[in-house]
Design a protein around this ligand. Structure first.
Ligand code: KG4
Ligand code: ZN
Length: 341
């Protein structure tokens, strides 16, 4: 079965072709980062308009690249939620219209399920059950995954998402949007730092996160250094370093707690912050000490992409799921409400 995946939930237009025999055939992502950068964040209306302009040419280029055409498609998967409503509508409308015109089934995919299952696209894929750490610009969640669609929420952020905190602190440091990768690069230039920023909510039991206090701590810290006329390249890099350490330590400790609590040995890290090298290195080392293993999607599939949507859509279409023609998208969509395959 050959399935076209379409992702338009936020600021990346992603398209991909997945085949049940051949695996992932090809995928393409068009990033809107440059479009939103002057505003310091995603402007929803601009995002929708840009998806509208880019998505069809991107699909045409993808098909041309692998010398295929629309008539070969046997199914379509699009991101139905969560995300920006106008942006979601672009993929939903196109996916459904194409499916109707081609007379093939279409399915709406949960964006975060896409992130969570993206590591299953690798050769050395994790098996169920596993704990999933979803860390993106909008989500910070720990889930227990026992089958495709069977997800139990173990904990989540009570305020900012980890990626959001990265982006906001990056902006305080004068780094361009989105900020997470730039902050990580700046932190890597720090030669020495013994500042210890707070590790939020570690003293409490449970698996919830909170990053808003750490963000405020960074703001007050920077203001103090500026008042003391001690704000320079070195203290700036040290602030980035101390912040990154605090976030990564918090994520690592909660992941280990979740594995212990569920007696599961596999952890899957997904979402944009999963591209963070220090997080990867810390999780790999610490989980090995507990005879556990961590899996990541390939770096290019950490951030938003159509491949993960095509893949999950294929699993769901194969299980007989599809949706009727209609206009609904789901800007908010709890993962625990998904159908188990
Ligand atoms: O999953 P994603 O591409 O989009 C959402 O669905 O939100 O995640 C984007 C988030 C942004 O906050 C970005 O700054 C963060 O992931 N991010 C990183 C890194 N690469 C991306 N944060 C820290 N370190 C990185 N290397
Ligand atoms: Zn995402």
């Amino acid at each position: 079965m050959l399935v076209l995946g379409i992702e338009t939930s936020c600021d990346e237009t992603g398209v991909a072709l997945y085949d049940t025999d051949l695996g992932l055939i090809a995928h393409r992502v068009y990033s809107q980062i440059a479009l939103h950068a002057p505003y310091g964040g995603v402007v929803p209306e601009l995002a929708s308009r840009d998806h509208l302009e880019k998505v069809l040419p991107l699909i045409q280029a993808l098909l041309a690249e692998v010398q295929m055409d629309l008539s070969q498609l046997q199914g379509i998967a699009f991101t139905q939620g969560p995300g920006l409503v106008g942006a979601l509508f672009v993929g939903a409308m196109l996916g459904r219209s194409l499916a109707m015109a081609l007379g093939i089934p279409v399915v709406g995919v949960h964006h975060m399920e896409g992130h969570l299952l993206a590591p299953l696209l690798m050769q050395d894929a994790p098996t169920f059950p596993f704990v999933g750490l979803l860390v993106s610009g909008g989500h910070t969640q720990l889930l227990l995954a026992t089958a495709v669609g069977d997800y139990q929420l173990l904990g989540e952020t009570v305020d900012d998402a980890a990626g959001e905190a990265f982006d906001k602190v990056a902006s305080m440091l004068g780094l361009p949007y989105p900020g997470g990768p730039e902050l990580a690069e700046l932190a890597a230039t720090c030669v020495h730092c013994d500042w210890k920023f707070p590790r939020p909510m570690l003293d409490r039991p449970g698996l919830d996160f909170s990053f808003s206090g750490l963000k405020t701590h960074c703001r007050v810290w920077i203001e103090r250094l500026q008042k003391q006329a001690n704000w320079n390249a070195s203290t700036r890099a040290q602030t980035a370093y101390a912040f990154e350490r605090a976030v990564v330590d918090t994520l690592r400790i909660k992941c280990l707690r979740a594995l212990e609590q569920t007696s599961v040995k596999n952890l899957v890290v997904a979402g944009g912050v999963g591209a963070n090298q220090y997080l990867r290195q810390q999780l790999t080392t610490h989980l090995a000490m507990h005879s556990a293993r961590v899996y990541y999607p390939p770096p290019e599939l950490c951030t938003d992409n159509g491949a993960m949507i095509a893949f999950v859509g294929t699993l769901r279409l194969q299980a007989g799921q599809s949706i009727e023609l209609g206009f609904n998208v789901k800007p908010r969509w709890p993962m625990e409400s998904l159908d188990v395959l």
